[in-house]
Write a protein that binds this ligand. Sequence first.
Ligand SMILES: Cc1cc2nc3c(=O)[nH]c(=O)nc-3n(C[C@H](O)[C@H](O)[C@H](O)COP(=O)(O)OP(=O)(O)OC[C@H]3O[C@@H](n4cnc5c(N)ncnc54)[C@H](O)[C@@H]3O)c2cc1C
Length: 510
Amino acid sequence: MASSVDHAGLKRRQLLAGLGVASAAGLAAAVRAQPGAQPGAWDMTTDVLVVGSGAAGASAAIEASQAGAAVLLIESLPRFGGSSAMSAGVVYAGGGTALQRALGVRDSVEAMSAFIAGMSGPQPPLEKIQLYCEQSPAHFDWLVGQGVRYGEKLATAMSVPLDGESLYFSGAERAWPARELAAPAPRGHVPLGPGMTGGRTLMEALLARVRALGVSMLSGIEARRLVVARDGRILGMEVSMNGERKNIRARRGVVLASGGFIHNREMVRLYAPHLYECSVPWGNIGDQGVGINIGIGAGAAALRMHQGFAIVPLYPPESVLAGIVVNAAAQRFVPEDTYYGVLGDAIAYHQQGRAWLITDRDSHLPPQQDNFPQLAQANTIGDLAEQLGFPRGALQHTVAYYNRNALNGEDPLFHKSPAYLRPLQGPPYRAWNLSVDQAFVPAHTFGGLHTTVDGQVLDGFGEAIPGLYAAGRTAAGLPAAPYIASGLSVGDCTFFGRRAGLAAAGRSAA
Ligand SMILES: Cc1cc2nc3c(=O)[nH]c(=O)nc-3n(C[C@H](O)[C@H](O)[C@H](O)COP(=O)(O)OP(=O)(O)OC[C@H]3O[C@@H](n4cnc5c(N)ncnc54)[C@H](O)[C@@H]3O)c2cc1C
């Protein structure tokens, strides 16, 4: 068990009394690294300081503590758990996990890595992908070992299962072109819990483990800027506690695990303008980008800051996938049956944020849904197109071409799966607004600090900043644009969070 943290000059009661949360604007002003260290100026001392209590921070704290380090975990909000506790808790795992094997699912490391590497856009992080896939079965065992519970039940539907199933196809594996890259397998591992509470049950288990290991956990404390020695080594962190500045010494290292920046609107506008218009910032309010700015303030490089996840949750019901999705030129641009993160990416990043779903009598959205406003209804495609103001004849041409091929079971453009491929036939025809600023389009960020597979933060020259580590959405990890499967984010947070914690404690991972 880790030895306790030394709170020099601060009594625990003082620490916990009246802890407040400073404004995001205040935080943004305080992220430049503070040079030098005054001996005796430390208010607390620990071996490893973990910033943030989500999946990445909790996993880092567990491993650092088990490696024998004294660990202090700080959280700016009053409650622990971050966005991770709000999430569905899906972890993307495969290559033959214990749950896959128990359910008779065949999978391989090669298929899993071919899917992630082949679908994750240009220049995917191959080293991270390979390691993640190779160690995925062992990582799943680790999660179970921390007390995360899964049910031995497989779901066949495309959306997060709500009925006690713990394994499902959580991504674009079965859609074109992924199914031609690698054999599809269900890899979304969902913790047991009522409804969409998988993230809560996952975080309850991880945080219980953190506590059981004797890690000091303090909420209402905000990391503000790193304290850096003259030779560049990270010595500790200046924090804001109840409006007062305090310095925490971290003898072995600091792990930044404070989430992404979707709630820092100015950062989103500057770095990820495609996500700026998306209607729903998806994450807890702690996603202010402070950890990323703290790292940049100490010389870190940041990668893929424009990337993120914009989801257009068309399904359920899957019957709607028999409709077609078109752009402002009334042309299709995506297989409609792909994962809704791929659809959202195609709309947000490649169609100026605008798209429409065209349905017929049998493929319309349920009347009670309010995710996607209905814009028009007509008895003919021509009348529908006129109401929508599409270029003359364009939608009619798109539908005629689509219908002609669908009758033969073909989709020469996007190879929609036979399960959803049929001609649009029979009024009423309807058009639904999928535009990112008009429809329900949750978004969050993927850009973050440049790190090694062990979470070491790198500067612009590729040199490690001694004593600085990052994980989760504070780092540029596995998730990229397009986001190809639910579970890649929490999977990345827990897997690379563990490695960052171990490395900060001075131990290298296997
Ligand atoms: C509703 C919803 C469902 C989702 N479902 C899934 C899913 O099923 N699977 C999946 O892979 N992804 C899912 N996601 C995305 C996923 O939840 C996040 O990407 C992931 O949890 C991020 O984890 P993290 O550890 O990096 O950050 P977080 O879990 O957000 O933790 C970071 C913590 O750091 C704290 N913090 C911030 N700044 C400071 C500071 N200066 N000082 C101290 N503390 C600070 C924050 O308050 C926060 O508590 C979902 C997201 C949402 C919103």
